[in-house]
Design a protein around this ligand. Structure first.
Ligand SMILES: [Zn+2]
Length: 298
């Protein structure tokens, strides 16, 4: 459906280019080049200098944003069930649709985008045990995602999830929503991650408000401090580090994990199914990303 923007394809393409790309042929000159008559010039040409001429100032590459739609494939993430018991929407698809919308909008603005996945699959498709615990699990997929964004050299990472809650009181679950953004405070670039997380949280809350919800601000939380928010298992915060015995590889750029809404909340799940809302929410993330790079002077 979408033009292939998968990181795997991108990296493979780069590898191929580096390996076998011939020298780029020069276009033919449109007009004959004037012949410079050295003998006729009043001053002799300058002697060759020991120092090479300065190369033209390189145009700074547009920022590269890594978008990570959480879950995928068999892993649906959190789910919303209608009152008749049938599931209507699930997290992995919402995360993906949001990421693709954000990516398209960023590219329209001239930013570069890489995805950890751009379809309904687990990025670590071959189920390789990357953390060496003898089995394949969530963490192996998250480490794989980190390798993708690190190898791409992304400047910023936005991981997209939705929250979910389990509780015996079904009515309470259906009524419980809210917005949370996570970042890791134990990284060298924690200040930039916090700056980005702050922009994201504000944009999401403002968007929810515009669509008639009274948003519940659950705050900007520090990844791994799961005691703060017992509604989150915290497993998918692995991407942000810090590296320790359990989290053996972390993403190497500022970033945050956004959980704009609860899949299990009726009002929020209803919004997620509205095209105009999803488009506005994607705009909110784009605003946060653009503001972040402006703050960083990019
Ligand atoms: Zn999730």
């Amino acid at each position: 459906m979408k033009e292939s923007k998968s990181l795997c394809a991108l990296l493979a393409g780069l590898l191929l280019l580096g390996a076998c790309s011939p020298a780029r042929p020069q276009p033919p000159a449109a007009t004959p080049q004037p012949i410079i008559d050295v003998a006729a010039t009043a001053t002799p040409p300058p002697a060759p200098s020991a120092t090479p001429a300065p190369s033209p100032t390189p145009t700074p590459a547009a920022p590269l944003v890594a978008l990570d739609p959480g879950h995928g494939g068999e892993d649906l993430g959190a789910r919303h069930f209608k009152r008749d018991g049938n599931m209507d929407i699930y997290e992995s698809e919402i995360n993906l649709q949001l990421a693709l919308r954000i990516g398209d909008k960023l590219e329209d603005k001239g930013l570069r985008v890489v995805y950890t996945r751009d379809g309904d699959y687990y990025p670590n498709r071959n189920k390789v045990d990357l953390n060496g615990d003898g089995e394949f699990g969530d963490r192996d997929d998250l480490i794989y995602r980190n390798r993708l964004v690190n190898q791409a050299g992304a400047d910023l990472l936005l991981s997209l999830h939705e929250n979910g809650w389990e509780h015996p009181d079904e009515e309470l679950v259906r009524a419980t929503g809210g917005t949370t953004t996570y970042y890791c405070s134990s990284r060298p670039f924690a200040d930039r991650s916090l700056a980005f997380a702050t922009l994201v949280q504000a944009q999401v809350l403002a968007t929810l408000q515009r669509f008639g919800l009274t948003p519940i601000d659950r705050g900007i939380l520090v990844a791994h401090d799961n005691e703060i928010d017992p509604t989150s298992s915290g497993t998918h915060l692995v991407m942000f580090g810090p590296v320790d015995d359990v989290i053996k590889e972390a993403s190497q750029m500022p970033g945050c994990l956004s959980e704009p809404m609860f899949m299990t909340c009726d009002a929020e799940a209803e919004l997620m199914q509205r095209d105009d809302f999803m488009d506005a929410l994607a705009d909110g993330y784009v605003n946060a990303i653009v503001a972040y790079f402006q703050e960083q002077g990019r």
